[in-house]
Write a protein that binds this ligand. Structure first.
Ligand code: RIB
Ligand code: CA
Length: 311
C-alpha cells in the first residue's frame, strides 16, 4: 500500500479526490490536512470531515492547517464552489472530531515517524501547509517520496488571472518554496485537467451508481461545473483534483514531460504564473513531471468503478 497524506481545500473536486483515495485499497491515507483556499479554513476542515463520513471513514485523522497564505492575503473561490465550499448536496453536520494539533505538525511528525521515502504528499489546494512544514523542518524534504499536486497552467494559461491558476495564485510564495526544495514533483496543471470534463453523460454515470457517494458526487458536480461551463462554453467543467489520486492508481492514464517550472512572485501582472520551460530553451534544471494529456474515458471509468465500492 502506498502511504499518502492528502492536503486539501474542499471544494467539490477535492471531495471527489478524497472519495477516490478512500475507495482505493492501494492507498493508505495517513491523514488529511486542510488548508484555506476555495473557502476559509473553518469550512475546508469541516468539509474534509463531511466527505470522510460520506465515505464511511470517520476514523480518518483530519487536521486544520494554515488559515492564510505565507505572504499575501487569502483569496477564496465561493463564486465557483458556493458559500460552503461543498454546495450541491444537503450535508449533515459532521460528527467525527477534528484532530488536536496543527496540520503542519502532523505532516512533519508523520514524515519523521515513517521510513525515509515512504510517504507521498497529495496536494489539492494552495501549498501553504507544505511550505510551512519545509521551512519549520527542512530535514523532511529528503524524507518525502514524491509530491503529486494539482496546480499551475502553461498551454492553458490561468483560471484566476490570465497568467495564474488558483492554487498557485493564492500562495505563490509557498509554491516557489516547494518547487525549489528538490523534492520529486508530479504536477497536474490546467493543461490536463481541462481535458477531464464532467459531461452530462458522466454525471449521469455517477448518479447511476446508486449509492450515497455516487448521488452526492453527481450533485456536487452539477453545482461545481456551472461556473466553468458558462466560462468555457463546454459540456461539463474540468474536474481537477481527482487526477492527483488517479495518477497514483493508474499513472499510464497520463502523459507528460520532465521540465523546469518556476513560479512568478515579483510581478503583480503575472503573480503565481507557472513558467514552464517545455522546449528546454534555458539551462534551468528540470524539477517536475508536467502532465499535459490523459485518457479521459479511463479516468472517469476509474472514478465510477471506485465510487461503486463506497456506501
Ligand atoms: O484551479 C483549480 C484548483 O483550485 C482546484 O484544486 C480547486 O479545488 C481549487 O483548489
Ligand atoms: Ca482544491
Amino acid at each position: 500500500m502506498r502511504k499518502i497524506i492528502i492536503d486539501t481545500d474542499p471544494g467539490q473536486d477535492d471531495a471527489v479526490a478524497i472519495l477516490l483515495a478512500l475507495a482505493s485499497s492501494e492507498l493508505e491515507v495517513l491523514g488529511i490536512t486542510a488548508v484555506a483556499g476555495n473557502v476559509p479554513l473553518a469550512l475546508t476542515q469541516k468539509n474534509a470531515r463531511i466527505i470522510c463520513e460520506l465515505a464511511g471513514r470517520p476514523d480518518i485523522k483530519v487536521f486544520a492547517g494554515a488559515e492564510r497564505p505565507l505572504v499575501r492575503e487569502l483569496v477564496t473561490a465561493e463564486y465557483v464552489h458556493g458559500k460552503t465550499g461543498l454546495n450541491g448536496p444537503k450535508w449533515p453536520e459532521p460528527k467525527m472530531p477534528l484532530q488536536d494539533g496543527h496540520a503542519v505538525r502532523f505532516i512533519i511528525d508523520t514524515l519523521r515517524d515513517h521510513d525515509k521515502g515512504s510517504v507521498t504528499l497529495c496536494v489539492l489546494g494552495p501549498l501553504t501547509n507544505i511550505a510551512l512544514a519545509l521551512v519549520q523542518a527542512p530535514d523532511i524534504a529528503s524524507r518525502i517520496q514524491e509530491i503529486i499536486l494539482m496546480g499551475g497552467g502553461f498551454f492553458e494559461g490561468g483560471n484566476t488571472t490570465p497568467a495564474a491558476e488558483f492554487n498557485i495564485y493564492v500562495d505563490p510564495h509557498a509554491a516557489k518554496t516547494v518547487f525549489t526544495a528538490g523534492i520529486p514533483l508530479v504536477i497536474m496543471p490546467l493543461d490536463v485537467t481541462h481535458k477531464a470534463l464532467t459531461t452530462a453523460k458522466r454525471i449521469a454515470a455517477f448518479r447511476g451508481i446508486g449509492n450515497a457517494a455516487g448521488k452526492a458526487t453527481a450533485e456536487m458536480m452539477a453545482f461545481f461545473e456551472r461556473f466553468d461551463e458558462e466560462k468555457y462554453g463546454t459540456d461539463g467543467g474540468p474536474l481537477h483534483d481527482p487526477n492527483v489520486i488517479a495518477y497514483l492508481l493508474e499513472p499510464d492514464i497520463y502523459k507528460g514531460r520532465k521540465v523546469n517550472v518556476e513560479v512568478e512572485t515579483g510581478s503583480e501582472l503575472t503573480m503565481g504564473m507557472t513558467v514552464v520551460d517545455w522546449w528546454a530553451v534555458t539551462d534551468r534544471a528540470p524539477n517536475a513531471l508536467w502532465i499535459k494529456d490523459l485518457d479521459d474515458d479511463r479516468f472517469f471509468g476509474l472514478l465510477v468503478a471506485r465510487l461503486k465500492t463506497l456506501p
